[in-house]
Write a protein that binds this ligand. Structure first.
Ligand code: SF4
Ligand code: SF4
Length: 121
């Protein structure tokens, strides 16, 4: 179920993020991990929240139910806190509040195509 758009300019310090959560809504294999991202997670967090893609080159991705990242805590209606926020990978840090990707996500109700994820080759 797509989320509704969110209007207005977000707080550049992230004060609106928990009430928004739009950029954490996207399809599977969107949030991937590089080596530094793996190192930020514990073995327990990696096992609970990530999957290794069996296809070459074997990237690790956040688990995803098809509509949103598995790291998103949706137990409280209208609030979207990240369960692994201090450990979140660079893909998540790229989408800063007020960035083009953020504003697009708020407009669409989910992460759009304006964000570019960089993959180590
Ligand atoms: S879309 Fe923007 S305001 Fe919403 S959670 Fe993401 S970074 Fe925060
Ligand atoms: S890891 Fe956290 S910040 Fe990144 S997409 Fe998932 S819920 Fe959002």
């Amino acid at each position: 179920m797509p989320l509704a758009p969110v209007g207005g300019e977000p707080d550049p310090e992230g004060g609106d993020c928990v009430a928004c959560g739009r950029c954490c809504h996207h399809g599977p294999r969107t949030v991937h991990f590089l080596v530094d991202d793996d190192a930020r997670m514990s073995p327990e967090l990696l096992a609970e929240y990530t999957d290794l893609d069996p296809r070459p080159p074997g990237f690790r991705f956040m688990k995803n139910d098809g509509e949103r990242c598995a790291g998103l805590d949706t137990r409280v209606p209208g609030a979207y806190p990240c369960r692994i926020y201090p450990n979140r990978p660079m893909d998540c840090r790229i989408v800063e509040p007020g960035s083009e990707a953020c504003l697009e996500a708020r407009r669409l109700g989910h992460l759009g195509t304006s964000v570019v994820f960089l993959r180590k080759r």
